[in-house]
Design a protein around this ligand. Structure first.
Ligand code: HEM
Length: 140
């Protein structure tokens, strides 16, 4: 993990601040999409899904906030990735969630979801997913 350039980090932060007032509807839409595209993933979620939605938004906030220096978060992110393996999450799920996240951001940001904003979110997600799926690689 390294981090996003300042410009990209700023775009991600600015757009996430616009999502926060709608965090509940946003996270509901995201999981609805996920379970539509990947219905088999639903059974991996055994805890209360509303709490899970809050946890995901909180983690996104944590990562967005540290976007320009992700190395600082790498210990936590790698541990999160290891837990995901234990939950039964597979490599391919990360690509599915990537599309789901982009579509949900597009829904909530509308015209503000410019190609630059999309590229910034994609970079952030890719760094995150890479560190989560290669948790034992010290260079992540
Ligand atoms: C960048 C991507 C992701 C982030 C930031 C993220 C975040 C989280 C967080 C914060 C939790 C709470 C539990 C914990 O901290 O261990 C969690 C649990 C979980 N996540 Fe993720 N996740 C990501 C990707 C995925 C993907 C791709 C899947 C597969 C569809 C997935 C499925 C799950 C499941 C099954 C749980 C356990 C839920 C339960 O206990 O019922 N996650 N995730």
């Amino acid at each position: 993990m390294t981090g996003l350039h300042e410009e990209q980090a700023a775009l991600v932060k600015k757009s996430f601040i616009r999502i926060l007032p709608h965090r509940d509807a946003f996270s509901k839409s995201l999981y609805d999409r996920l379970f539509t595209v990947a219905p088999e993933a639903r059974s991996l979620f055994t805890s209360d899904i509303e709490r899970q939605r809050e946890k995901l938004v909180a983690t996104l906030a944590f990562v967005v906030n540290g976007a320009s220096d992700l190395d600082k978060l790498s210990g936590e992110v790698r541990a999160l990735g290891r837990r995901h393996k234990d939950y039964g999450v597979e490599f391919g799920h990360y690509a599915i969630l990537r599309n789901v996240l982009v579509d949900t951001l597009a829904e909530y940001l509308g015209d503000d979801f410019t190609p630059d904003v999309q590229a910034a979110w994609a970079s952030l997600y890719d760094e995150l997913a890479e560190a989560m799926t290669n948790p034992d690689n010290p260079s992540r």
